[in-house]
Ligand binder design. Structure first.
Ligand code: GFB
Length: 311
């Protein structure tokens, strides 16, 4: 990418898109294209087509998606499958049609079979049944991966797909009904501390294991791979280490400085027992995550404290 290449970041107000935008700005890219949802609804094919015809971006980071935690995924299956299929179909097809040189698509670690061996290697895709709670989202993301591969095979279109593990960081969704576990727990422990509440309720058994990557690391990996990787195979992006939800809760309790108890609500789903990514392919390509979880948590908590009034 040249510093004056025209680069479209789709979804620039989300957790991932905003981090990619910050990373590109820091690297000195000057022609960054963005559109808010009210300016351009990516579920509207004609509008996406008109945007690409007028702007003809050289590079596209496709970070626009409908995302949410375990409860949101299970509650809104239609929205998760429809919105994501629409957004990615329109953007990938328009990028191909209007001469985009390269596109980066973002999947998710939930595309892998629920009970696949750990750590999850890229080749485990489509080797078994998916996790029930987020299968709708996963199917849409798998369709996106296959679409990118199909356009490369048939048209020589240079699309690449990254599979990030669970992400967190500044700009995350802290709504307790729709968020992922990490921002939810930061908020719950913070509010319990402020209210001097005796306990914090954590969903599920606490036994599932998750891997967490700071979104600034993901953005750095996205820029690195856009510049240094051009292949059909998907690439996992993670840290290569995980912890239980119980351990995460204890760590967040410590970072927030809460002194009460932790209780588990086992009427809530656990989801996939474990999804640790195998990151050997990423390491071979020359990239590694840098932000340790405790440091990332402290920084995200500070961000939350500064911005909670806006939410
Ligand atoms: O982050 P999370 O919502 O999604 O939940 P997944 C992870 C684990 O944390 C589950 C537990 O076992 C939850 O039951 N958990 C405990 C909580 N307390 C809470 C809480 O207060 N809020 C939430 N949200 N969880 C997502 C998928 O799965 O992973 C998406 O739904 C996406 O599709 C994302 O792929 C990466 O990790 O289970």
């Amino acid at each position: 990418m040249e510093k004056d290449s025209k680069i479209y970041v789709a979804g620039h107000r989300g957790l991932v898109g905003s981090a990619i935008l910050r990373r590109l700005q820091a690297a000195g890219f000057t022609r960054l294209l963005t559109r808010t949802r009210s300016q351009l609804d990516l579920r509207d094919q004609a509008a996406v087509d008109a945007f690409f015809a007028a702007e003809r971006p050289d590079y596209v980071f496709l970070a626009a998606a409908k995302v949410g935690g375990i409860l949101a995924n299970a509650t809104y299956p239609a929205a998760f499958i429809y919105d994501n299929l629409e957004i990615q179909n329109h953007v990938i097809h328009a990028a191909y049609r209007y001469g985009t040189q390269k596109l980066l698509f973002l999947g998710s670690s939930c595309i892998y079979p629920r009970l696949a061996p750990q750590p999850l290697k890229e080749e485990y895709l489509l080797t078994g049944p998916l996790e029930e709670t987020n299968q709708w989202y996963a199917i849409a993301k798998i369709a996106g991966i296959k679409m990118v591969q199909a356009y490369r095979r048939q048209y020589g279109f240079r699309g690449i797909s990254l599979m990030p593990t669970n992400l967190y960081g500044p700009g995350d969704n802290f709504d307790l009904q729709t968020s992922h576990v990490l921002p939810a727990l930061l908020r719950k422990f913070h509010e319990a501390k402020v209210d001097a509440a005796p306990r914090v309720v954590v969903w599920g058994t606490g036994a599932p294991r998750r891997e967490f990557l700071h979104v600034d690391d993901l953005a750095d990996a996205a820029l690195f791979l856009m510049e240094h990787y051009d292949g059909e195979e998907i690439i996992n992006v993670g840290v290569g280490e995980d912890l239980t939800i119980r351990e995460l809760a204890e760590l967040i309790k410590e970072v927030v400085g809460y002194r009460g108890d932790i209780v588990f609500d086992t009427s809530k789903p656990d989801g996939t027992p474990r999804k640790l990514l195998d990151v050997s392919r990423l390491h071979q390509l020359g990239w590694r995550a840098k932000i340790p979880l405790r440091e990332g948590l402290a920084q995200t908590y500070a961000w939350y404290l500064e911005h909670q009034a806006e939410g």
